[in-house]
Ligand binder design. Sequence first.
Ligand code: 4AZ
Length: 243
Amino acid sequence: ILGGNSALPGTHPWMAAIYIKETDFCSGSLISNCWIISAAHCFLRSPLKSQIRVVLGQHRFNVSDHNTRTFGVEDYFLYTKFSVFNPILHDIVLIKLKKQDGRCVKKSPFIRPICLPDKSMKFPDGFCCSISGWGHMSDKAKGYSSLQEGGVRLVNHDHCRKPEVYGNHVSKDMICAGLNGCVDACQGDSGGPLACPKDDVNFLYGIISWGDGCGQPGKPGVYTKVVNYIDWINSKIRRKPKA
Ligand code: 4AZ
């Protein structure tokens, strides 16, 4: 995250750190006891399940302490229409954690799921939401950080589709955010949440997906639009959809 602040431990308890093979890293969000949602493009290189570790309750990148819990992966599911040939489309994956002693997550002050929106939920252009992650803190900086957070405003969809922004690379299944601010997501933040508040409750409105660099003027971050995938998510995690 560029231009954000250090998060206080425990303020984003749904954040998942996803370590893939020896070298790759993505973020994700805990959405229920055993399920993490993230970006499908993180799994482009088809890692074996045994090569993935998910850490919950983490504050500093790659640092485990008494608040962190580490999980293996039971399975992961790329969205059916996700394609390696156009990995910005349908950039969404569900990851099922391996149980330990008959359960996955034991809730704590540092580990708790984020609410999924329902299908009809919509936030207006200009609405202020937040992003968080351990990714790069500038376009050039390599290396990861302690958890950063920052506010981004939702960008009008037609604006984001203008030729001088992203043109028709932006589909109806994407949301743009963060046009005029200094806060943006960057490498390593992929898969993490765009969280929008309603009545003091945070909802997972977007998944950090792509953009032209990080923090470039006029180039917002682009997010997978979670409300368009609620039926698929419910079918995979076998939650009864609300009537
Ligand atoms: C990335 O490389 C990445 N500024 C994620 C988000 C953005 C850019 C790059 C958006 O994972």
